[in-house]
Design a protein around this ligand. Sequence first.
Ligand code: AGP
Length: 372
Amino acid sequence: SAAEKGGYDYFMLKEIAEQPKAVADTLLGRIDPSGSLTLDEVRITPSELREVDKVVIVACGTAFHAGLIAKYAIEHWTRIPCEVELASEFRYRDPILDSRSLVIAISQSGETMDTLMALRHAREQGSKVLAICNTNGSTIPRESDAVLYTHAGPEVAVASTKAFLTQLVACYLVALYLGQVRGTKWGDEIGAVIRDLSKISCEVERVLETMEPVRELARSLADKDTVLFLGRHVGYPVALEGALKLKELAYMHAEGFAAGELKHGPIALIEEDVPVVVVVPSPRGRSVLHDKIVSNIQEIRARGARTIVIAEEGDEAVAPYADHLIRIPATPTLLQPLVATVPLQVFACELATARGNEVDQPRNLAKSVTVE
Ligand code: AGP
């Protein structure tokens, strides 16, 4: 009913709007006043966490994209090798696991059969499994050794939005906590990032306030066949997520690429007026990456692409090559997915509406996939 949707036309719109709160709720009570993390609810002891020599993340769909982003954070802040695998592929390749492997299973519903089978396989090999889950008491956390709940509240729309942002928050918390417990050379950076994280829900709110031009742009592309998405570093999984949203909602051909891979094939797809969304990393910090993506934007534009550039406020270098410029607040690179994903959700939702699609119930899809 309209009341359940809180005055929005679709649950998806309501859930997009709830993201600042979902992010804040997922952080609540997990950062103590001294600015360090308290994750006692994760019932794996600090000494067990110090023994971990490999992290393996298993998940499907959007949760898998959260896992891809988590890999960058975990490896950077903890120096523990991290693999991310589609849950549906995991157990069939006889993965190398033992009691020192920490397996993280990410799932909004907690009922995804592929993810459940992957975690059962991991436990059979003696690995500890930590679930990151949004549904209290669901099967995946019940069968795991420990759980860190995301506090997104119920997500009804089939297309995952607020659950994704909270999965990212939970992954950052785990990465930072592992770093904190094990003591890495990034001690100072970890403290600074925890401070940035605690402010991030306001930044998500600011992004939501500036989405009208994105909706307008989406409507103008309603008759296109293809949209491509490019990113580097954590922007690459963001590109994959943007493409997934567009496939499931707008039923359009959409693909995400690592921008550095363009020259190895995908650039052949670029032709006159094909829309290409580019997620640009912060020019601060890893500026080499930024320079590289600016030249990627130039390359595709020279071949006729219509460039839709998502870049942080104050990044003037991209402006001359952007047919459409979507601004996001400046954030540390590893946290950028929390703000960069939001315009892509709005974009897909608006395109679906413009194409007359059912936003909350896309064809052929179910909210939780309980078959393998
Ligand atoms: C996302 O928009 C999808 N509907 C889908 O990819 C989903 O993320 C995937 O099926 C995993 O679901 P889960 O988080 O409930 O395990």
